[in-house]
Design a protein around this ligand. Structure first.
Ligand code: AMP
Length: 432
């Protein structure tokens, strides 16, 4: 199938061809016609599958039509859990929009308010936002959703993991009821289904191939590590591999990321760390340094690395395993992108076996055990009692951090937002 078989405007087809995309990916083949039909949609897809274009293309196509309502507010809202992902989506929109004049805006935390207020004061067609900053603007009465026609909830599972559920509900509550809603999530289970039931109307459901199939281009293996020192030796061995050109190394804590990056720099590896304590500018600059090859390795935490789309990441190394099994899928999805081959290596210490069992349950495959000569583990693999659920109730340390800082803000907001809801709902009902 080719892109010109979709009912897309020539301006979009020209932008697609400029990007060098020849064939739509699986999620694009399934989601573009469904979204163009105007139906609500829930799709299981993660970064790396081409899901951004799967919702951006039909959305831009929709925006070539005249707006249903008059006003200046956004006709489309894309809500996404992290700044990095929001920035990435905004960039993608601009690429597809290069031959058209649809007005886009980005509303994320960690950036100055005044340019965002300017965006909200003027006509904007698509707004890409993270929930926290968007709520801040909404509480100040700066956001007008009366023109809203399409609501896209990206990485819904992650949004819920990060404690944004109340914000998502509050934001959706002030939108016109007759909007189209598209929900994308790595999984369509549990709490994601509950929120989908609240937000979507008779949605079409799209599921991609299994996690196992999706990561066929990534060679996954693990090493049993006796101790932290053993992990360092295993890591050092892999960093000497000539095929390792760009690597993303994951740790579970921000301090751990800084320490490991320092350590690697001392060994003359061009390394930087990337985590949530860094300013937005510094994070952007660090990612750019990896993209341009000024650094070869990033030691990152999950929150900071989410949404990263960098060509040529040859290796993802889990120095620490993630607490939430889904994060493993997101992490390894940074390599082996857009058809390239990738390698994902996990270093499994004594406290990681339960996490490994959860990951293997979720992905439905046993990760290859590998041993390096001279770096063999001393003990044998422990037997792990599997928990009933693939997804532990405890959130990852990072998710908890976010939740902790969010919860008081969230509570403060709930009071505000019910008032906000009432006033705005009246306005929206009139407009709808
Ligand atoms: P995403 O899942 O949206 O993060 O996209 C992953 C990567 O695939 C991005 O670098 C996209 O630019 C790229 N991509 C998206 N759609 C296509 C396509 N049809 N052909 C080739 N590359 C694509």
């Amino acid at each position: 199938m080719l892109f010109n078989e979709f009912d897309l405007d020539p301006r979009l087809l020209k932008a697609i061809s400029k990007l060098g995309f020849t064939k739509p990916t699986e999620i694009q083949r399934k989601a573009i016609p469904a979204a163009l039909s105007g139906a609500d949609l829930m799709a299981s897809a993660q970064t790396g599958t081409g899901k951004t274009a799967a919702f951006v293309l039909p959305t831009l196509q929709h925006l070539f039509r005249r707006p249903k309502n008059s006003g200046l507010g956004p006709r489309v809202l894309v809500l996404t859990p992290t700044r990095e992902l929001a920035i990435q989506i905004d960039k993608n929109i601009r690429q597809f929009n290069r031959f058209s004049k649809i007005v886009t805006g980005l509303i994320v935390g960690g950036m100055a308010y005044s340019p965002q207020l300017k965006i909200l004061r003027n006509r904007v067609d698509i707004l890409v936002a993270t929930p926290g900053r968007l709520m801040d603007h909404m509480e100040r009465g700066k956001v007008d959703f009366s023109r809203l026609e399409i609501f896209i909830l990206d990485e819904a599972d992650r949004m819920l993991d990060m404690g944004f559920i109340d914000d998502v509900k509050d934001i959706a509550a002030v939108m016109p009821q007759n909007r189209q809603t598209l929900l994308f999530s790595a999984t369509l289970e549990g709490s994601v289904l509950n929120i989908a039931k609240k937000l979507l109307r008779k949605p079409q459901r799209i599921s991609l191939a299994t996690n196992h199939d999706r990561h066929r281009s990534i060679r996954q293996h693990m090493h049993q590590a006796d101790s932290k020192a053993h992990k360092h030796k295993l890591l050092a061995h892999h960093l000497e591999n000539n095929q390792l050109t760009k690597a993303l190394i994951f740790t579970s804590t921000k301090r751990g990321a800084d320490q490991l990056a320092r350590n690697l720099r001392l060994k003359d590896h061009k390394t930087a760390s990337l985590h949530g304590d860094m300013s937005q500018n510094k994070r952007r600059q660090t990612v750019e340094n990896l993209r341009k090859g000024r650094v070869e390795m990033l030691v990152a935490t999950d929150v900071a690395a989410r949404g990263l789309d960098i060509k040529g990441i040859s290796h993802v190394i889990n120095f620490d395993l993630p607490t939430v099994a889904e994060d493993y899928i997101h992490r390894i999805g940074r390599t082996g992108r857009a058809g390239a081959a990738g390698c994902a290596i996990s270093l499994v210490g004594s406290s990681d076996w339960q996490k490994l069992a959860q990951i293997e349950k979720l992905t439905g495959r046993k990760i290859n055990r590998e041993v390096i000569e001279g770096l063999e583990p001393t003990g044998s693999e422990p037997k792990v009692k599997r928990r009933a659920k693939a997804r532990p109730k405890t959130k990852s340390g990072l998710a908890q951090d976010v939740k902790k800082t969010k919860s008081s803000k969230s509570k403060r907001r709930r009071g505000h937002s019910s008032a906000l809801q009432k006033t705005k709902q009246t306005r929206v009902r009139k407009a709808a």
